[in-house]
Design a binder for this molecule. Structure first.
Ligand code: NAG
Ligand code: NAG
Ligand code: NAG
Ligand code: NAG
Length: 392
């Protein structure tokens, strides 16, 4: 039965995937943009990610503001960023891979690479980004400085979706990468999307300040919103995390806090010490809504334990967590020194019944012999770069 029904849903998905983005536009229009139909998830109905910058786990853990917030949530004590510096980590959070990026330059990931947005739209789940001091919605420029002081405010390297051509060349998708001030309008109108990514400016995210400043901003920003039912209800999961740690010679472990009504009450004020990475967030989203996958590092990543308890995913442990370093990028199309061919998704991977998005299968199946993704739990780094099969 299971096989038959998943084959049927695969066929259905194949025939709808082409039309899905147009359909979404039409649906938004039909509702006058006032409401989104909510697609229920197994562990949460909405996920809101807030990314802060460049802080070691220990420094964030003792910060008084984050400590106070942690009383209301669940700390993930073995959550790792995937490389350095910023941009490849942000890219990973939506692409399941960083394509060899090892600096913060202006990159455009080719259109034939899918992101979490393709997976969400395939199931009709709404999404949006809110970027503080982005000068206008859909802005694709490299940076925007404070007009009075000239200080860093908005930077493209902290806007994960705009790095992908599948977003940056599509006006209706770009319109969902919004100026931060619109967050408050969307909350007030009760039309916050189901997948939300929030990037504070370079002052508030601790990048050009410090963790005391960034922690304080986070607490002041979140506390009122956690009391607002248009932002936080029993289906909301909020993730506060950091793009990367500060000391690149240390394991890249970052303080991560799960908040919101979807976190089980029994876990509040507690710690989950399972192994997670930025790819775990995509994996948890896929498991929660039974989405397809990207066929990249998202497939092997652990799903957050409280989500896995509802979805039946297996939470695994690395053989030795002390060996997880993840402090330097492996080669790829955008690596500044070692360029290698474009990484090919593994179109054959299946995890807990979830298959690779049919559109990705169509695009890449003929090259699958060159894939490096095999459902590994611990993603590689420069120290143990993926081995591309010979002849590729
Ligand atoms: C993906 O697109 C890039 C850029 O257009 C191109 O170089 C590459 O060959 C494409 N890959 C595949 C497998 O189609
Ligand atoms: C964009 O956001 C900034 C602050 O984040 C605000 O000052 C500005 O007016 C906004 N611009 C638009 C066009 O909404
Ligand atoms: C960042 O945003 C805050 C308001 O949240 C503002 O006071 C600050 O000036 C902004 N930073 C820059 C560099 O513009
Ligand atoms: C990454 O960590 C390893 C092992 O601790 C160390 O040898 C290497 O120098 C580090 N790389 C960077 C770029 O800090």
């Amino acid at each position: 039965m299971r096989l038959i029904s998943s084959a049927l849903s695969l066929l259905a998905a194949l025939s709808t995937v082409q039309a899905s983005s147009e359909k979404n536009v039409a649906r938004d229009g039909a509702l006058g943009g006032l409401a989104n139909s909510i697609i229920k998830g197994k562990a949460f109905d909405r996920i809101i990610q807030i990314w802060l910058e460049n802080t070691d786990f220990g420094a964030a853990q003792v910060d008084p503001s984050l400590k106070a917030l942690a009383q209301k949530g669940l700390v993930l004590s073995n959550y790792f960023a995937v490389t350095h510096p910023s941009e490849p980590n942000y890219v990973s959070s939506v692409g399941g891979e960083y394509f060899g990026i090892n600096n913060d330059n202006l990159f455009n990931v080719p259109k034939n690479v899918s992101t979490v947005v393709d997976l969400l739209e395939d199931k009709g789940i709404s999404w949006g980004e809110y970027l503080e001091d982005m000068p206008s919605t859909g802005f694709t420029g490299f940076e925007f400085r404070n007009p009075k002081t000239g200080a860093n405010a908005y930077v493209r390297k902290h806007n994960p979706l705009v790095v992908f051509e599948s977003i940056s060349t599509n006006p209706s998708r770009l319109a969902k990468t919004k100026n931060f001030t619109l967050l408050y309008e969307d909350v007030a109108a009760n039309r916050l999307p189901q997948w939300v990514f929030i990037t504070p400016n370079m002052t508030n995210d601790a990048h050009d300040t410090n963790i005391a400043f960034g922690g304080k901003w986070t607490k002041q920003f979140l506390e009122p919103l956690l009391e607002n039912p248009n932002f936080n209800d029993e289906g909301t999961l909020v993730i506060v995390t950091f793009d990367e740690n500060d000391a690149s010679s240390q394991p890249n472990r970052v303080f991560t806090l799960l908040l919101g009504g979807a976190v089980p009450k029994s876990l509040l004020g507690k710690t989950d010490d399972n192994f997670y990475t930025h790819y775990s967030t995509i994996a948890s989203i896929e498991a929660n809504w039974d989405l397809h996958t990207l066929g990249r590092w998202d497939v092997g990543a652990n799903v957050f334990n409280f989500v896995a308890e509802k979805t039946g995913d297996l939470v695994r442990s690395p053989s030795n967590i002390k060996d997880v370093i993840l402090n330097k990028s492996y080669p790829g199309i955008f690596h500044s020194k070692t360029q290698v061919r474009q990484a090919v998704p593994n179109t054959k991977l299946v995890v807990n019944g979830r298959t690779v998005l049919p559109a990705i299968q169509d695009e890449w199946v003929s090259k699958v012999g060159c894939t490096v993704y095999s459902g590994q739990l611990v993603p590689p780094s420069a120290l143990n770069a993926p081995q591309i099969p010979s002849g590729c």
